[in-house]
Design a protein around this ligand. Structure first.
Ligand code: ADP
Ligand code: MG
Length: 389
């Protein structure tokens, strides 16, 4: 059960929070001053702290500062500061002291819960296991070594196969914010909601995401890219990260078609990834880019084992054999998908992915086999639930 530490000297606030949070299924521990708060933080290892600013003995700022000093890099307990005033200065001080969020008293229950859930989702992932917390969904990132190698094609069809054949709950995110192709590949108009509709909300929680995702006929839920390039600037990397963290609590798999540019936004996706599929074809510019990408991901500190090489159009004639390509990269391809241009292009141009409408085609079967392998690797952590829809 998720444990919340409330540090507040006002008995009314203590009582109210105890009741509200218990109703929501949280375990609650309460401290009446800063010293007691620090003691319970150490003794009880709460999943989140609600911390009043004005406290007897040690005040809220000092408590937050102390916790951040002691906990180091490995863990991060989310802290929401509760203050009596709307002063910007208080807010800034709280955030500087290490708070993650901030609420002015009196606050609405719904807002408190939304902010708590958003923070729990965001930090739950890094904290490891917090008692009975259910396992998070796996994030599969598809990253193209260059444009046109089939990244979008494979991300979409793998997502659909994981749902249709493996019966998993799947969210598919178009992370190519400026020129995302999912509306074209999936025959959806510009009127459908996108991640731009997520960023204006006060808190990114499950209800919000449920209202923004678009259910595809295949049963996969889509978080689309904005319909026009300007709107992509609205999406900050922290919002991308929060959205993904939240989606991971709601689905067995979150499949992301990732932007090529290796900037903060891309890294906010790759940070979450359980597997990064580097999609490529056997040509010189891909080989050069894959080498650069592998080096960059290594420098950033990602484990090599989470990076998988995916050779698309593997039997197309390029003048470079699979063996030669593997030799150049000094590692084998983990996955190979054959060249079948007709099926791929007609699925794309008709807006109906082959994994959905032509699952029996050779290309459909190859992608299904890859999805099955991926699912087998992750199955122990995420047992199939009956998809009752
Ligand atoms: N396995 C494949 N065999 C043949 N053509 C493919 C294959 N995968 C993708 N394609 C085609 O390659 C082109 C680029 O695909 P796309 O998924 O848009 O690539 P990217 O997202 O990497 O730019 C499309 O015309 C698509 O139909
Ligand atoms: Mg693409």
């Amino acid at each position: 059960m998720t444990k919340i530490l409330v540090v507040d000297d006002d008995p009314n606030v203590q009582r109210l929070l105890r009741v509200t949070l218990k109703q929501e299924g949280f375990e609650v521990v309460v401290a009446g001053d800063g010293t007691e708060g620090l003691r319970l933080w150490e003794a009880d290892a709460p999943d989140l702290i609600l911390l009043d600013v004005t406290l007897p003995k040690v005040d809220g700022y000092a408590v937050a500062t102390r916790i951040r000093e002691v906990e180091g890099q490995e863990t991060h307990v989310p802290i929401i500061m509760l203050t009596a005033e709307k002063e910007v200065e208080q807010k800034v001080r709280g955030l500087r002291a290490g708070a993650d969020d901030y609420l002015v008293k009196p606050f609405h229950q719904a807002e408190l819960l939304a902010r708590m859930k958003s923070l729990l989702a965001r930090f739950g992932a890094r904290e490891g296991t917090g008692g009975g917390r259910p396992p998070l969904g796996k994030l599969l990132a598809f990253y193209g070594a260059k444009g046109g190698v089939g990244t979008t094609t494979l991300a979409i069809n793998t997502a659909i196969s994981l749902h249709q054949e493996q019966h998993r709950r799947v969210a598919l995110v178009d992370g190519v914010l400026q020129f995302g192709d999912h509306r074209v590949f999936l025959d959806l108009g510009n009127d459908r909601k996108s991640i731009a509709d997520v960023v204006n909300a006060p808190a990114i929680d499950a209800d919000l995401l449920k209202s923004v995702v678009v259910r595809h006929d295949s049963g996969v839920d889509l978080l689309l890219a904005p319909p026009n390039p300007e709107e992509s600037d609205l999406v900050h990397e922290s919002q991308m990260s929060q959205s993904l963290a939240q989606l991971r609590t709601m689905y067995d798999y979150v499949v992301v078609d990732v932007e090529k540019r290796l900037g903060d936004l891309t890294l906010s996706v790759l940070d979450h990834a359980d597997m990064i599929f580097v999609v490529m074809t056997a040509d010189l510019s891909c080989l050069k880019n894959v080498r650069l990408v592998l080096e960059a991901l290594g420098r950033i500190g990602y484990e090599q084992s989470k990076v998988k090489l995916l050779l698309n159009r593997s039997n197309a004639f390029t003048g470079i054999s699979i063996q030669a390509a593997e030799g150049a990269l000094k590692r084998p391809f983990e996955y190979k998908i054959a060249n079948e241009y007709r099926v791929a292009i007609s699925a794309q141009n008709s807006g109906s992915p082959f994994a959905f409408t032509k699952a029996d085609s050779p290309l459909g079967r190859e992608v299904a086999a890859m999805a099955a392998t991926i699912d087998k690797i992750h199955a122990p952590a995420a047992p199939a639930k009956s998809v009752a829809r």
